[in-house]
Ligand binder design. Structure first.
Ligand code: NCD
Length: 324
C-alpha cells in the first residue's frame, strides 16, 4: 500500500468534536489550551492517579502500520482516564486480510466505539476514515501525510524545556519528504512564529507545496540546506530517521544512505543550551553516546505522549459530549 486517498483542504477543517485529522484542525488558542491541559494531566500521571473523565467511553485503535509509542501511549492515556480500549495492531488479524475496505471497517468500528485512533500507510486515510465514521477520528499517522498528535507532544516538550514555543530557531533534519511528523510540526511551529531550518538530502527535501504554504500563510523565516552544520546555531534540533519503508526509487534509497549523525562532538560545537529532539525510533542518526547529555530530551519527549494524549482524548470526547 503506497497510494493515497484524495481530499480537498476544506475536508480537514473540522471542529475538535469530530476529532483531529490534521494539525490545521486546531487554532493557536486550542493548541495553547491543549498544552496547558497536558501539563495538568502530567501531574496526574506523576501521582499515578486514575481519573474517570472518560469512564463510559471506548477508544478503538486501528493500526495498519507498526507503532510502539503512539499506540501504547494512546492506550495508556485512555486507561488512565478510566476508558476502555479495543482494536488491532496488526491488520493481518482483522478482516482487512479478507479484502474489507477502510470505509466498511470504519463504519463497523464506529458502532463499537466512541473514538477511533487510526494509523495507516496511505496519505489521506484519516480523512477517508472521518468520512465514514459516526464517531470522532484521530490521525495517528497517515502515510507521508501528517501526525498531528505527535506535534502537540513535540510542542509540549519544547515548552517544557525552553519555557516558550515561539521566537526560536529550530532545525528540522532528516527525510523531510516522507517524514509526516515534520510536516505537521512545521505548520505548528510556523503558526507560533518560529524560524525554521530544513536540512535534508536534496532528493528528500520538504515538499515544495508545504514550503510555499508556510511562506504565504505565515511568512515563516525558512532556510533550506543539505548540510547538518547549518543546525549548529539552532535552539532546538529536531532529528528524524530516513523513512526507508516509504522510498519509492533508487534515487531516494541512495540519498537516504546513512547521511546525518549527531554525536558528542557535534553537540559540543552547537549552542550550549540546544535541545535535541526526535520522534523515535532513532537509527544511526543519534549516537547513543549523547543519550546521557542534558541536551538530549528525546526519551523525555516520548514519555510526554501519555499526558498529551490524555489531554487530546479528553478534549475530543468532552467537546463531543457538550455538543450532544
Ligand atoms: C514517527 C511516525 O510514525 O511517523 N514515530 C512516532 O510516531 N513516534 C516517526 C517515525 O516513524 O520515524
Amino acid at each position: 500500500m503506497n497510494g493515497s486517498y484524495s481530499y480537498t483542504p476544506g475536508e480537514t477543517d473540522v471542529p475538535i468534536s469530530k476529532g483531529l485529522v490534521s494539525i490545521r484542525n486546531l487554532s493557536k488558542k486550542q493548541i495553547e489550551s491543549l498544552l496547558d491541559e497536558s501539563d495538568r494531566m502530567l501531574s496526574f500521571c506523576r501521582r499515578k492517579d486514575k481519573l474517570d473523565n472518560l469512564g463510559n467511553k471506548i477508544m478503538a485503535t486501528l493500526f495498519y502500520e507498526p507503532s510502539t509509542r503512539t499506540r501504547l501511549s494512546f492506550e495508556s492515556a485512555m486507561q488512565r482516564l478510566g476508558g476502555g480500549v479495543i482494536g488491532f495492531s496488526d491488520p493481518r488479524s482483522s478482516s482487512v486480510m479478507k479484502g474489507e475496505s477502510l470505509a466498511d471497517t470504519i463504519r463497523i468500528v464506529s458502532s463499537y466505539s466512541d473514538v477511533i485512533v487510526i494509523r495507516h500507510p496511505e496519505h489521506g486515510a484519516a480523512v477517508e476514515a472521518l468520512r465514514n465514521s459516526t464517531v470522532p477520528v484521530i490521525n495517528a499517522g497517515d502515510g507521508i501525510g501528517e501526525h498531528p498528535t505527535q506535534t502537540i507532544l513535540d510542542l509540549f516538550t519544547i515548552g517544557k524545556e525552553k519555557k516558550k514555543v515561539s521566537g526560536l530557531n529550530i532545525a528540522i533534519i532528516g527525510d523531510l519528504k516522507n517524514g509526516r511528523t515534520t510536516h505537521s510540526l512545521s505548520y505548528a511551529l510556523s503558526l507560533f512564529g518560529n524560524s525554521l531550518t530544513f536540512i535534508s538530502p536534496k532528493e528528500l527535501a520538504m515538499p515544495d507545496d508545504i514550503v510555499a504554504g508556510l511562506k504565504s500563510e505565515f511568512g515563516t523565516d525558512m532556510q533550506i540546506s543539505d548540510s547538518i552544520n547549518d543546525a549548529k546555531d539552532a535552539d532546538v534540533i529536531y532529528m528524524t530517521r530516513m523513512q526507508k519503508e516509504r522510498f519509492t526509487g533508487k534515487e531516494d534509497a541512495e540519498a537516504g544512505m546513512p547521511y546525518y549523525n549527531i554525536n558528542a562532538k557535534f553537540v559540543s560545537e552547537s549552542r550550549n543550551n540546544v535541545i535535541i529532539m526526535h520522534p523515535l525510533p532513532r537509527l544511526a542518526e543519534l549516537s547513543p553516546e549523547i543519550d546521557s547529555l542534558p541536551n538530549s530530551v528525546y526519551f523525555k519527549q516520548a514519555s510526554y505522549g501519555v499526558p498529551v494524549r490524555m489531554a487530546i482524548l479528553d478534549a475530543v470526547l468532552n467537546a463531543n459530549a457538550s455538543n450532544a
